[in-house]
Write a protein that binds this ligand. Structure first.
Ligand SMILES: Cc1ncc(COP(=O)(O)O)c(C=O)c1O
Length: 390
């Protein structure tokens, strides 16, 4: 019997993104304050935009090398060595991609054989589980909780390891929880990766948006660089989501395998965006630090207010997300988010969009203006009050 479904089974099996599903409800509605989209409210700093314009004026409209512009790879190599620790060779250990999204997809496609298990921690970025499934891998979620401020323990990861385990995805600071890890906690996970011969894919897209203490990359720990693919990009800290520039750094063999896929699928990232990224690394540190300071103040405002209104929320050390519990209201995540939207026109994402263990939580993005956050908080407090009064 021929299969008449034009859509491949493994694609048809992928559920719609919980974020998209929720934002269908927001479409076409006015007077909404959105704490929903995980995107900086800042426009890309002017000097970076200007460098893109200037690149066009100079006729930079061609393909680049599959790996990306060499001078950008050289700048990335310096930047990563300076901020993250490890040194990568620009000629064969760095691949420039269309955002971290593409780099993640390439990394998974490069390493997964059908049936390989890929472990990741949940609640997590919405792409991980579908991206694994789309490459015929098996997603294995390890749950994190609010008592641990959404860090993940080596013991919990070890309990999920089987003989089919191929790789571990880490994302610290975490979308959607703002969870971070100490050096010691990461060291324990690094030891596990070595013991069980796991590849580590570390998505550190929020690294610069660490508000207190150091950001530690697992790639910088002893014995890890040779088994780690470090993913990073310009979307968040440099407010460059629309430029679609990210990169993967790792051992030559893994970067070569990723490049083999990239050269036949994407060919190269946009040259205009690569020029803009080059400018971001040349002169972007100060504006980036100014944005981070803004986010820090907004975080403090939002997290204090959430706790005051009875939505218990840990102080996220990184990212631009607060992840309060809504359990005190007696509502589940989706009901809370839907009713908040209906009653007060405030959009925030139900925690379940990021995995089942996000039940009871809400993701509130504080990459929104101060005034917007203040207004959203006032409306949320009123909603919580009214809900508790019944
Ligand atoms: C954890 C995480 N990784 C990757 C991405 C995708 O980033 P990019 O815009 O570089 O594709 C996001 C975007 O929200 C994210 O939160």
């Amino acid at each position: 019997m021929p299969n008449t479904n034009p859509i491949a089974d493994h694609v048809a099996a992928i559920p719609p993104s919980g974020i998209r599903e929720f934002f269908e409800l927001v479409q076409g509605r006015t007077d909404i304050i959105s704490l929903g989209v995980g995107e900086p409210d800042f426009t890309t700093p002017w000097h970076i935009r200007e460098s893109a314009i200037y690149a066009l004026e100079r006729g930079k409209t061609s393909y680049t090398s599959n790996l990306g512009l060499l001078n950008l790879r050289e700048s990335i190599s310096h930047y990563i060595a300076h901020f993250f620790g490890p040194t990568y060779r620009p000629d064969n250990e760095i691949l420039i991609t269309m955002g971290v999204s593409e780099a993640l997809d390439l990394a998974l496609r490069a390493i997964i054989n059908p049936g390989d298990e890929i472990i990741y921690h949940e609640p997590c970025y919405v792409s991980y589980s579908p991206s694994i499934a789309l490459t015929h891998g098996i997603p294995v979620a390890v749950e994190c909780n609010s008592q641990m401020k959404f860090s993940v323990t080596a013991a919990d990861i070890e309990a999920a390891i089987t003989e089919k385990s191929k790789a571990l995805i880490l994302n610290f600071p975490t979308n959607p929880t703002g969870g971070t890890m100490t050096r010691e906690e990461l060291q324990a996970i690094a030891n596990l990766a070595v013991k069980h011969n796991l590849i580590v894919i570390t998505d550190e897209i929020y690294a610069e948006l660490t508000f207190e203490g150091e950001h530690v990359s697992i790639a910088s720990l002893p014995g890890m660089q040779e088994r780690t693919i470090l993913l990073h990009g310009f979307s968040k800290a440099y407010a460059m989501t629309g430029f679609r520039i990210g990169f993967g750094c790792g051992p030559e063999s893994l970067i070569a395998a990723m490049t083999r896929i990239h050269q036949y699928s994407m060919l190269c990232a946009s040259i205009v965006s690569q020029e803009a990224a080059l400018e971001a690394l040349r002169n972007g540190e100060e504006p980036m630090m100014e944005m981070r300071e803004e986010y820090r103040q907004r975080r403090n405002l939002m997290v204090n207010a959430l706790n005051e209104m009875g939505l218990t929320c840990h102080l996220p050390r990184g990212s631009f997300y607060a992840f309060p519990s809504v359990q005190s209201t007696g509502l589940d995540s989706k009901t809370f988010a839907t009713r908040l939207l209906e009653a007060e026109n405030v959009a925030a994402v139900p925690g379940t969009a990021f995995g089942d263990c996000g039940e009871g939580f809400l993701r509130c993005c504080f990459a929104a203006g101060f005034d917007q956050i203040e207004e959203a908080i006032e409306r949320m407090a009123r909603f919580v009050d009214n809900t508790k009064k019944g």
